[in-house]
Ligand binder design. Structure first.
Ligand code: HEC
Ligand code: HEC
Length: 463
């Protein structure tokens, strides 16, 4: 008897409004589990409010993860109304549910979602569901399971919206999509949230390319949806091009993708200009991201985007100034900045670097190797107007010239271990820290010995 009740409760927790057999094909077929014929409507007849259970799970996830800050909730859960773009216009949710459920294509199963670099927040999953996943009783090849995970608010950086019959009808995105990962404590791609870590597994371009209607992006760029899909699929993991919808530059001069790596958000308090090419301070950059990249609904201004030579697409579409009523963005900015600026890099794992070598490396960093000339401790960027011309670091000017400020910013280096995937510099051109050091050794004619170079790398690993 008890078993039956437990079995039923497991199903209630699992379904979150989705017919249970879609989600738990194997468990429902399992004769020992005795709840094969339990359906959503049967449970609802029992007076079970499945929505409320999903809500409780979300609340638990928030409260168990540490003290609650308004800015953290904005970072993790606020869409700023951008579902009007990703869902209503691009219809990205249709690619998730797939043609079998009234959408398009094969649908995005949890396995596919994880392979695209999307992350699942284990703290949003009811324990019974965690147990069922562990036991292999959850069908991870079924897009319906992805919809159930969305309903639990468990897919990091994505929020689903539902119509009256409970079907996924729109989709919004959040900062956490690109700027959080999980600790993989439950399974690869499933774990506790780690905010501020760049998601270098995430294939943003492939995800956007899956949307059935790209005209809201391709139209202003004056390209076909298919041409745009080609560009998006060329971005690669951990990269995004926030400037293409402003300047229309889809490829670097030598032909590669113009997308840049998602940076970590650590040690940014006190840093002057944000982004690889120093677009502006946090208060300039983040509103642009919310309104022009995520397509949140709010008021935004940057008159530099009237420059039709540098930003032809932005100028032609009046992106220098937007208004929306109601404004879902502006009131969120101050708490969001406070949260982002409070993010601290993780301590380097014990044993991940050689202590003595790192001490020698630190002396080199501020001495013979002259790194601290641009990476000034403890900010590790230049205090003030923190840009240098491309020539100063010996690289091409392409990405620098896409910013109104025409330079590259010495990245605040803290949290180096969170940037280990995807390479270094804005486009990931240097695969390892040793390659970066070797580049600067040549560029600045430092004449570092091999031992000194490796000491410097050990020091970088401590930041
Ligand atoms: C689609 C992925 C994506 C989303 C969503 C996103 N960002 Fe970013 N973010 C990036 C990329 C890529 C860059 C680097 C841009 C560049 O240099 O051109 C960046 C840069 C930044 C920077 C500058 C970091 C530094 O070291 O200078 C901050 C701060 C930031 N984002 C905050 C946010 C916030 C806050 C949100 C939510 C409102 C957000 N981002 C949403 C991809 C994203
Ligand atoms: C003239 C200023 C300058 C000096 C000196 C300098 N750097 Fe940098 N550094 C930069 C800039 C600018 C970038 C970013 C390049 C880009 O955006 O592609 C950078 C990037 C890096 C990165 C890559 C960060 C990432 O996440 O991709 C590392 C690591 C680094 N520098 C370490 C060093 C070390 C070690 C030294 C000393 C040998 C040094 N830098 C000297 C300006 C400087």
């Amino acid at each position: 008897m008890d078993q039956t009740r437990n079995g039923k409760r497991a199903c209630v927790l699992l379904i979150a409004g989705i017919p249970v057999c879609m989600l738990l094909a194997n468990a429902c077929a399992d004769p020992s589990s005795n709840h094969a014929e339990v359906t959503t409507s049967a449970l609802e007849a029992e007076g079970t409010n499945v929505e409320a259970i999903a809500d409780v799970a979300a609340v638990e996830a928030t409260s168990t993860a540490g003290q609650t800050q308004p800015g953290r909730n904005i970072f993790r859960f606020e869409t700023f109304g951008d579902q009007a773009f990703w869902g209503d216009k691009l219809k990205l949710h249709q690619a998730i549910i797939g043609s079998q459920a009234g959408g398009v294509g094969a649908g995005i199963s949890p396995k596919t979602a994880l392979s695209l670099g999307l992350k699942v927040d284990v703290q949003a999953l009811p324990r019974s569901l965690q147990r069922d996943i562990t036991a292999g009783r959850v069908n991870l090849d079924d897009p319906g399971t992805t919809v159930a995970l969305l309903k639990l608010n468990a897919v990091v950086g994505l929020t689903g919206y539902y119509n009256e019959s409970g079907q996924l009808s729109s989709l919004g995105i959040q900062c956490a999509l690109c700027h959080s990962i999980v600790d993989d404590s439950f399974a690869p791609g499933i774990g506790r949230r780690l905010d501020g870590w760049p998601n270098r597994d995430l294939d943003v371009g492939a995800i956007v390319a899956a949307a059935p209607d790209l005209s809201a992006i391709s139209g202003p760029l004056n390209v076909t949806d298919d041409a745009l899909r080609g560009v998006l699929r060329g971005w690669g993991r951990g990269k995004f091009d926030a400037l293409v919808n402003l300047d229309g530059k889809v490829t670097r001069p030598e032909g590669g993708s113009a997308a840049v790596l998602i940076p970590p958000l650590f040690g940014l308090e006190g840093v002057g200009l944000m982004t690889w090419n120093g677009w502006g301070g946090i208060g300039v950059w983040v509103p642009l991201v919310i309104v022009l990249e995520m397509h949140g609904q709010g008021t935004f201004s940057d008159r530099r985007l009237r420059d039709a030579t540098q930003f032809p697409i932005a100028a032609a579409n009046g992106l220098d100034r937007t208004t929306a009523s109601p404004d879902l963005v502006t009131a969120n900015l101050a708490p969001l900045f406070a949260y982002v600026e409070s993010l601290q890099p993780p301590a380097p794992p014990r044993g991940s670097y050689d202590v003595n070598a790192s001490k020698r490396g630190q002396a080199l960093f501020t001495g013979k190797a002259r790194c601290s000339g641009c990476h000034v401790p403890p900010l590790y960027t230049l205090p003030g107007w923190n840009l240098v011309p491309p020539g100063a670091i010996g690289i091409d000017a392409f990405q620098a010239d896409r910013s109104p400020n025409h330079g590259y910013r010495p990245p605040p280096l803290r949290g180096v271990q969170t940037r280990m995937k995807g390479g270094f510099f804005h486009d990931g051109r240097f695969p390892t820290l040793a390659d970066v050091v070797a580049h600067f050794d040549t560029q600045f004619a430092l004449a570092l010995t091999d031992a000194e170079k490796s000491d410097l790398v050990e020091f970088l690993k401590t930041l």
